[in-house]
Ligand binder design. Structure first.
Ligand SMILES: CC(=O)N[C@H]1[C@@H](OP(=O)(O)OP(=O)(O)OC[C@H]2O[C@@H](n3ccc(=O)[nH]c3=O)[C@H](O)[C@@H]2O)O[C@H](CO)[C@@H](O)[C@@H]1O
Ligand SMILES: C=C(OP(=O)(O)O)C(=O)O
Length: 419
């Protein structure tokens, strides 16, 4: 199994391009199931989760082509299966996103239950309640969500008890082909939900309010193919900004969007970074300084993203002063802390908070990644640790970071993939 070997100590300095967002690409690729004819999706990131998604769409019977620029063309006219099997769902929870589109267009969907994962229990009850509210018969048996709506779905008013990103996306996709009007209240406002809504609108869907907490959908009879480019990955962007900040370096990130990263940019400024932005670029310069510790509380968008929490924990671990990180979205998202402690970090967990007392330096160790962002945070810690850090189980990283070692090398990091 591959590992990442990092020799700490280089101050990063360079410019790189940001890829399309994993968390937008996955629902958007799933949304092509709703469209009759061919849809093409551009700026798709080259990630393991994308490969899994294409594999799943292939199992359902779609014909697909992929060019060297990562534009995916999907033709749904040959769909012949309505089942997302356990083998794929267990490697990628976002597979649950086939539920809404298959049910809305074909009146049936069998999706393996994703189950829990390293960061928490992650139930899908809100997805199921949404489909039931639209008139589907849903049974959870043999480890599968089995949903039927032979007469089609009906528009409904749906209140989300908890703000759920993929829950909102699943219900939004289902509502596009339901008869009548659906209103999703307490909807997720994440930019990836807006990007999905924009793609659905290009297919002919009637949607208002995406990006607010009330989304209204007027169901239509059919959706058609379209072209849509996936928005830039704000979490990849944030991760490389922290990589520059933690090493006292500087970076210019291109093909990104500063407008969807406000909470993260403000925290980096509080940590002492100088930040400049343009329409599609961000420059961060730490001027060789050590970052100052910051307090963070994760929250749904526009709050501070839980997917950036581990990276800021790494930065606080070597920052000046003490920073408190509070995780409010997932119950078990501090798996990186015990690995950072093995590298000499002074972090204590109290309930859902991590109290980080910045140390002068970390020391290298062999560490193990437990989930995607935990893995990224260990790479960041490795960039400033004395000696050679070896990050194991990097298949987690390959789920969500395109060519991470090449991008870090371009910024001057000493990192390589080893067997
Ligand atoms: C593919 C994708 O886009 N993944 C993102 C998505 O995950 P995902 O959409 O799975 O996360 P949710 O927004 O649904 O989870 C938010 C909270 O709601 C709870 N919940 C969710 C659904 C449900 O039916 N019942 C329920 O109780 C979850 O356990 C969690 O505590 O949003 C998360 C929160 O920003 C991010 O960390 C993930 O990177
Ligand atoms: C938790 C994440 O992804 P997923 O929901 O796909 O597990 C993530 O992107 O950090």
């Amino acid at each position: 199994m591959d590992k990442l070997q990092i020799t700490g100590g280089s101050q990063l300095d360079g410019a790189i391009r940001i890829s399309g967002a994993k968390n937008a690409a996955l629902p958007i690729l799933m949304s092509t199931l709703l469209a009759e004819g061919e849809t093409s999706i551009g700026n798709v990131p080259h990630l393991n989760d994308v490969t899994t998604t294409l594999e799943l769409l292939g199992i359902l019977g779609n014909s697909m082509t992929l060019d060297e620029k990562m534009t995916v063309r999907i033709d749904t006219s040959t769909i012949h299966s309505f089942e997302a099997p356990y083998e794929l769902v267990k490697t990628m929870r976002a597979s649950i996103l086939v539920l809404g589109p298959l049910l809305a267009r074909f009146g049936q969907a069998d999706v393996s239950l994703p189950g829990g994962c390293a960061i928490g229990s992650r139930p899908v009850d809100l997805h199921i309640k949404g489909m039931q509210a639209m008139g589907a018969q849903v049974d959870v048996t043999d480890g599968y969500v089995k949903a039927r709506a032979p007469e089609g779905l009906k528009g409904a008013k749906i209140f989300m008890d908890t703000v759920s990103v993929t829950g909102t996306e699943n219900i939004l996709m289902a509502a596009t082909l339901a008869k009548g009007t659906s209103i999703i209240e307490n909807a997720a406002r994440e930019p990836e939900v807006v990007d999905l809504a924009n793609c659905l609108k290009a297919m002919g869907a009637k949607i208002e309010g995406a990006g607010t907490d009330i989304i209204t959908v007027e169901g239509v009879e059919k959706l058609h193919g379209c072209h849509h480019d996936v928005l830039p990955d704000r979490i990849e962007t944030g991760s490389y900004l922290v990589a520059a900040a933690i090493t006292g370096g500087r970076v210019k990130l291109r093909d990104t969007n500063p407008d969807i990263l406000e909470s993260v940019l403000l925290k980096l400024e509080e940590a002492g970074a100088e930040i400049k932005t343009g329409k599609d670029w961000i420059e961060l310069d730490m001027h060789g300084k050590r970052p100052k510790a910051v307090d963070i509380t994760t929250a749904p968008y526009p709050g501070f993203p839980t997917d950036m929490q581990a990276q800021f924990t790494a930065m606080n671990a070597v920052a000046e002063g003490t920073g408190v990180i509070t995780e409010t979205i997932f119950e078990n998202r501090f798996m990186h802390v015990s690995e950072m402690q093995r590298m000499g970090a002074d972090i204590t967990i109290q309930g859902n908070s991590a109290i980080c007392r910045g140390v002068d330096s970390l020391t290298s160790a062999q560490v193990m990644a437990t989930d995607l962002r935990a893995s990224a945070s260990l790479v960041l810690a490795g960039l400033v640790a004395k000696g050679e850090t070896l990050v194991d189980r990097i298949y987690h990283i390959d789920r969500g970071y395109e060519c991470i070692e090449e991008k870090l090398q371009l910024m001057g990091a000493s990192i390589r993939r080893v067997p």
